[in-house]
Design a protein around this ligand. Structure first.
Ligand SMILES: [Zn+2]
Ligand SMILES: [Zn+2]
Length: 124
């Protein structure tokens, strides 16, 4: 068992999805937000429809996608603030993606680590 607070699961149509309890803000009770590992982005789903097809991720599948799961874990742990510095929306309440460039969480407004690091470079 790992110490992760999120669950890696498998859906026959969506592929590997991550259910993260901290990313369920701002949703109706019948909704759930899942992070699709293949697309590196989160989407909101109707819980009753999607959850009935979700199964535990097999060890082999898990091992094959360890890098992507790692990328998610890193992006999640590296964010300095729980909300977007640009639009102030909480990351737990938006369908965020993970930036392929800076490997940080990217808000729906398009803000990720790329923007803030270039700002820092200019300021320095
Ligand atoms: Zn934002
Ligand atoms: Zn970026």
């Amino acid at each position: 068992m790992s110490g992760d607070s999120f669950q890696v699961q498998f859906h026959p149509r969506l592929g590997i999805v991550i259910y993260d309890p901290v990313a369920q803000m701002g949703l109706a009770r019948e909704q759930m937000r899942l992070f699709k590992l293949g697309a590196m982005s989160a989407s909101t789903f109707v819980r009753s429809i999607v959850s009935k097809d979700i199964v535990a991720c097999e060890d082999q599948t898990m091992a094959e996608h360890a890098d992507e799961v790692d990328a998610y874990r890193t992006a999640r742990s590296r964010r300095r603030k729980p909300y977007c510095e640009q639009c102030r929306r909480h990351f737990g309440s938006v369908d965020f993606t993970v930036c392929g460039e800076c490997h940080a969480i990217r808000c729906t407004c398009g803000t990720c680590g790329c923007a803030s690091s270039s700002r820092r470079r200019k300021a320095a």
